[in-house]
Design a protein around this ligand. Structure first.
Ligand SMILES: Nc1ncnc2c1ncn2[C@@H]1O[C@H](COP(=O)(O)OP(=O)(O)OP(=O)(O)O)[C@@H](O)[C@H]1O
Ligand SMILES: [Mg+2]
Length: 270
């Protein structure tokens, strides 16, 4: 699903050159659930924004679902992103002036679907995250956990194959964090590939696989394998899971015009 090889990212300002990612090589297979940990400033968000085609990289290679992303123009990048990727940010990034229903509708608006179809998809997403009764609430009228579940509904309403989550539980108490984690696990069981950045070792341990970023470089940690779910060792389990997504069902989570704002808000302090 995601293949990065010797990828690098250099940020240059007048006074400083930061090598945010260096010789960064990572393969994430279809249907995997990967947790990413690492100290502050190590490059986790940089990795996710590049993985999500929100930012360009400086060197190396990145293939997303078999497509070489180098040299794509802005339009091609946003199309690819809109087809395949859903984002969940630490700071929720809900639009305060829109209620829950309309927030979830944002990515669907880019698809030109009839209103009745959008209502149906939004209804399903709301049910999935347990917020059917709150469709007309505004973000300020909801708890952090409910806001994050709304953000997850927005990320999943277009049925993305790849879900990228940057500290999705970072602003939540333990109880709410559990709920959000269970939701991600459910999406994973349904076939989504998930890459989740987290500071919480207990949550990271629940992923199938853990990788660590240190100074912009990737360190692979022991793959976690729960024998209750599948007695086979991972090395002999290369079969990608089948996805039950209708062809072309994947949708816009963000349109091209949102990209700059998304990058800015992905980096906004929580
Ligand atoms: N737009 C930018 N311009 C210059 N430097 C940047 C920019 N964005 C990130 N950096 C630098 O790149 C490095 C990696 O940043 P990144 O946001 O990826 O860290 P992180 O691992 O997500 O940290 P945290 O856990 O605090 O969120 C840091 O040294 C940061 O200062
Ligand atoms: Mg970060």
């Amino acid at each position: 699903m995601l293949r990065m090889a010797a990828l690098s990212k250099v940020y240059r300002t007048e006074v400083l050159e930061t090598h945010a990612l260096r010789d960064f090589t990572l393969h994430v297979g279809e249907g995997e659930f990967v947790a990413v940990t690492g100290p502050s400033g190590s490059g986790k968000t940089t990795f996710l924004t590049i993985a999500g085609l929100l930012e360009e990289f400086s060197g190396g290679q990145y293939q997303l679902d078999g497509v070489d992303t180098r040299g794509l123009n802005d339009r091609q990048r946003s199309r690819l992103r809109n087809e395949k990727i859903g984002f969940v940010f630490q700071s929720f990034n809900l639009i305060p002036d829109l209620n829950v229903f309309d927030n979830i509708d944002v990515p669907l608006r880019y698809r030109g679907l009839p209103a009745s179809e959008r209502r149906r998809l939004i209804g399903e997403a709301l049910e999935r995250v347990g917020l059917s009764a709150r469709a007309r609430h505004y973000p300020s009228q909801m708890s952090g956990g409910q806001q994050q579940r709304t953000a997850i509904a927005r990320a999943l309403v277009g049925r993305p194959r790849l879900l990228l989550a940057d500290e999705p539980t970072g602003n939540l108490d333990t109880h709410m964090a559990q709920g959000v984690m269970q939701l991600l696990e459910e999406l994973h069981r349904d076939g989504a590939t998930i890459v989740m950045v987290t500071h919480d070792p207990a949550l990271a341990a629940r992923a199938q696989r853990q990788v660590h970023i240190m100074d912009g470089q990737l360190i692979e940690l022991a793959a976690y394998h729960d024998p209750r779910h599948d007695p086979r060792p991972r090395a002999q389990d290369p079969q990608p899971r089948a996805l039950d997504l209708p062809p072309g069902a994947a949708a816009a989570v963000m349109g091209a015009s949102d990209v700059a704002a998304s990058v800015a808000s992905a980096r906004a302090p929580a």
